[in-house]
Write a protein that binds this ligand. Structure first.
Ligand SMILES: [Zn+2]
Length: 460
């Protein structure tokens, strides 16, 4: 072997060994996080997970004074780390939640709180939502620190509580009580990520917007009476006829910067040529409404991307088998497009129900958040990394039809993007469900993707 060849082989071998060390460490952190129960139950404790990460980061040379474990409840503390950069640019916030949805041993094939590697997958509660991302953040910051990296902006890591529910939402608490700790030019969060089907990498989503959650209570009341003497004026009939009208109603198709771009780019990887043509027709500045209807009828997700939706989710009525009902009520759950006011949705419901005997009222208060602008630095970085690492995948911006903690940050003026290089099978989503898992190969690819992403976004 010539010396030059030998040297390059040696360098490659050293790089590989380091990569493996980084992978081993990330896996250890991932395992540790999954095995700490962070559910919102008596057995769960988010603070324990936060403390464990502090110990890891401290051992890697981060100073304890740059880390805080704080929160409104002893079991629901959030970890906030600030890695001081040169200050050339405003900080970048890296956000992941530590809490997970409850998982019962009897519902699972194996113990949900024992990290298990089997048949090419990592199993355990939180493996996909959101402990893959949390462990990757910690492992990558440690790797960058070891490599002597100097970020040109502060890197803030926030690992938080109660994203999945519970009364101590970490992001909202931090925004309200310690905004200075997490204030950033923009944030990277869950909510985006790679989709594959039958092993083929198709899209890498950048989540930049979310629909707004709002429940309404519909109510019809009546003096009632003996059911042997019925009258036409009946609370159950009023409500059910109103609901039948609502069932036939659709809010108008309305696209925005994010969803238009979503359909335009998804057309590039859509397998069915008819759908691809319809997607392009919908993405035009004046969307083709017939094409929108065809797409909406096929895939609920596509429908939900194009319009506000309202659907009846609960129903109750009457108080005795032999009495005319005095009350009939329903819950209608709406997912409102950003920019549309909850009041205008309420007015529309009243109009569609078309019966003064049905009252409509808000349940809880909507928490609207503005879409994040599609920043070119974020989009071009994600695009170039996706091209390098997953050449068959197309980067698509998305509006989530559900909600994440990104909404609190966007409302606090911190544009937030769901970006994640860990691909998952779009036909096998197990977050919140049984036997949650992430592909071993995909986890390590996601680790490397995120490493490069953080590096590129904090150096020039
Ligand atoms: Zn999550």
């Amino acid at each position: 072997m010539k010396p030059a060849v030998f040297l390059s082989v040696l360098i490659a071998a050293v790089a590989l060994a380091q990569t493996n060390d980084n992978e081993r460490r990330a896996r250890d952190i991932y395992k540790q996080l999954v095995e700490i129960n962070t559910t919102d139950t008596a057995a769960g404790n988010v603070t324990k997970a936060a403390d464990a990460m502090v110990a890891r980061l401290q051992a890697a040379g981060f100073s304890k004074s740059d880390m805080q474990v704080i929160g409104p409840d002893p079991k629901k503390a959030n970890l906030v780390l600030r890695w001081r950069g040169t200050g050339a640019r405003k900080p970048l916030l890296l956000l992941a939640h530590l809490d997970v949805v409850e998982a019962k041993r009897e519902d699972w094939t194996s113990d949900p709180f024992t990290f298990l590697e089997k048949d090419g997958f990592f199993y355990g509660r939180g493996t996909s939502d959101d402990k893959a991302m949390a462990s990757q953040f910690v492992a990558n910051l440690i790797r960058l620190k070891e490599e002597g990296f100097k970020p040109d902006r502060d890197l803030i890591l926030a690992l938080t509580a109660d994203e999945e529910g519970g009364t101590f939402n970490g992001v909202s608490w931090l925004v309200n009580n310690h905004k200075d700790l997490i204030d950033a030019e923009f944030a990277i969060n869950e909510g985006g990520g790679g989709n594959m089907r039958k092993g083929k990498y198709l899209t890498n989503e950048v989540q930049a917007s979310e629909k707004v959650y709002q429940d309404f209570r519909l109510e019809s009341t009546n003096p009632g009476g003996h059911s042997s003497l019925p009258v036409k004026d009946n609370a159950i009939y009023h409500l059910s006829e109103g609901l039948a009208r609502l069932a036939k109603f659709e809010f108008p198709v309305q696209l925005n910067e994010v969803t238009q771009e979503y359909f335009a780019r998804s057309a590039q990887v859509e397998a069915d040529p008819k759908n691809a043509t319809d997607m392009r027709a919908v993405a035009r500045s004046t969307p083709d409404l017939a094409a929108a209807d065809r797409l909406a009828a096929q895939v609920p997700y596509w429908n939900s991307m194009m319009r506000t939706t309202c659907v009846a989710t609960m129903l109750e009525g009457g108080h005795a088998r032999n009495a005319l009902p005095q009350l009939a009520s329903a819950n209608v759950n709406c997912r409102i497009l950003p920019g549309m006011s909850p009041n205008s949705v309420k007015d529309k419901l009243v109009e569609v129900l078309a019966d003064p005997k049905i009252s409509v009222s808000f349940v809880g208060q909507a928490n609207p958040s503005p879409p994040a602008p599609l920043r070119t630095d974020v989009m071009t970085t994600v695009e170039s990394l996706t091209k390098q690492m997953f050449p068959s995948a197309v980067v698509v911006p998305v509006m989530s039809t559900g909600a994440t903690d990104g909404l609190y940050l966007r409302n606090a003026g911190i544009p937030t993007y769901g970006v994640d290089g860990t691909f998952g099978d779009m036909d096998d989503v197990r977050a919140h469900g049984k036997d949650e898992r992430v592909g071993v190969k995909q986890y390590f690819e996601g680790l490397e993707f995120q490493y490069r992403l953080i590096k590129m976004l904090s150096s020039r």
